[in-house]
Design a protein around this ligand. Structure first.
Ligand code: SF4
Ligand code: SF4
Length: 320
């Protein structure tokens, strides 16, 4: 069996998906994005913050780069418990932020290819564009990437390798067939980020764009408090999407934090402010990477929870 067949078989056995595409596809994907930027299709702040830095990253040194290996690993929202006034409350983080999958794709791929004498290295790439130009994934109307059989709850990764690859031409970037007569994500999105005027998301209206920003930047006033739904990211349009129905009840169960830790995190604690009991959970779940803006993001969810509790008490009072 060839190296590519062996790799794809191993990935499939892990429940993941993979494709080996020509190395040139990465540059083509970047070029496609630069062209769209030149046409003025992107919000400038979004482009400069998220896309441009990725293109200036140096590529890893691979002896003879011939291909890009695209991998999609199923991911799930992470469900965590915080504690407020003695009672726990649940906070969700959208897929793609916490908890590295095991085995790590880089390890699984390197192990498989090393027996064939091939090398592989992780690479920055515009993964959604690269995936759709390769026929590996499709865009939904919400501009989120969907992988056949896995929906949109996936973590994508790219690796440059010297694995041989047929020089297949780039494909037109297709959207999900289902999007033709479906608007569930647009109807569900509270901010109007999924416009009727164009396919491209109004990224500056997307909650994710704001809750990934540095903690000193407050949320704009036009984001209604009840729209916040995740510690990082936003799940509303993905939950509304029929493509994701098989995966909606599936979570990764994350850590629980007691009242003292919840209060410290709300107050903007740094890692060294937290007890030795708490730090391992932060590391394990990669929450330490989010401490910069955890206080702001948790703060809006706490306010929402307090409001829910107050309403619950008032409702009870009316009935008795
Ligand atoms: S992630 Fe949230 S804010 Fe962004 S488009 Fe989807 S529903 Fe709208
Ligand atoms: S909700 Fe409907 S329109 Fe939106 S991405 Fe899913 S299938 Fe497409």
């Amino acid at each position: 069996m060839s190296a590519t067949e062996t790799l794809l078989q191993k990935i499939e056995a892990l429940g993941w998906r993979a494709a080996v595409v020509p190395h040139a596809r990465r540059a083509e994907a970047i070029h496609a994005i630069v062209e769209r930027h030149e046409k003025g299709e992107f919000d400038e702040a979004f482009y400069q913050e998220y896309l441009a830095p990725m293109f200036s990253e140096p590529l890893p040194e691979t002896p003879t780069p011939r291909s890009v290996i695209l991998v999609a690993v199923p991911d799930r929202p992470v469900r965590m418990q915080f504690t407020l006034d003695g009672s726990p409350f649940t906070v969700i983080t959208a897929p793609g932020y916490l908890r590295a999958p095991e085995p790590r794709p880089s390890v699984a791929i390197a192990e498989t290819l090393s027996s064939f004498g091939c090398s592989v290295a992780p690479a920055h790439a515009p993964l959604k564009t690269l995936g759709t130009m390769s026929g590996f994934s499709r865009y939904g109307r919400n501009n989120i990437s969907y992988v056949p059989g896995l929906g949109s709850f996936v973590a994508l990764a790219a690796f440059i390798s010297d694995l041989d690859c047929d020089d297949a031409p780039a494909q037109a970037q297709e959207t999900l067939t289902r999007c033709g007569d479906c608007h569930a994500c647009r109807d569900a999105c509270p901010t109007g980020a999924i416009g009727e005027d164009r396919f491209l998301l109004h990224a500056e209206r997307c909650i994710t764009f704001w809750n990934e920003k540095s903690g000193e930047i407050p949320f704009p006033e036009w984001i209604e408090p009840q729209w916040h739904n995740a510690l990082v990211g936003c799940l509303i349009c993905q939950r509304a999407c029929p493509e994701n129905r098989p995966f909606l009840d599936s979570y990764f169960e994350g850590p629980s934090f007691d009242e003292a830790t919840t209060r410290l995190l709300l107050a903007g604690a740094k890692k060294e402010d937290l007890s030795d009991d708490v730090r391992p959970a932060l590391e394990e779940w990669r929450l330490a990477d989010f401490l910069d803006y955890l206080s702001r993001n948790l703060g809006v969810l706490v306010k929402k929870e307090e409001l829910r509790r107050t309403r619950g008490r008032c409702g009870k009072g009316e009935k008795t």
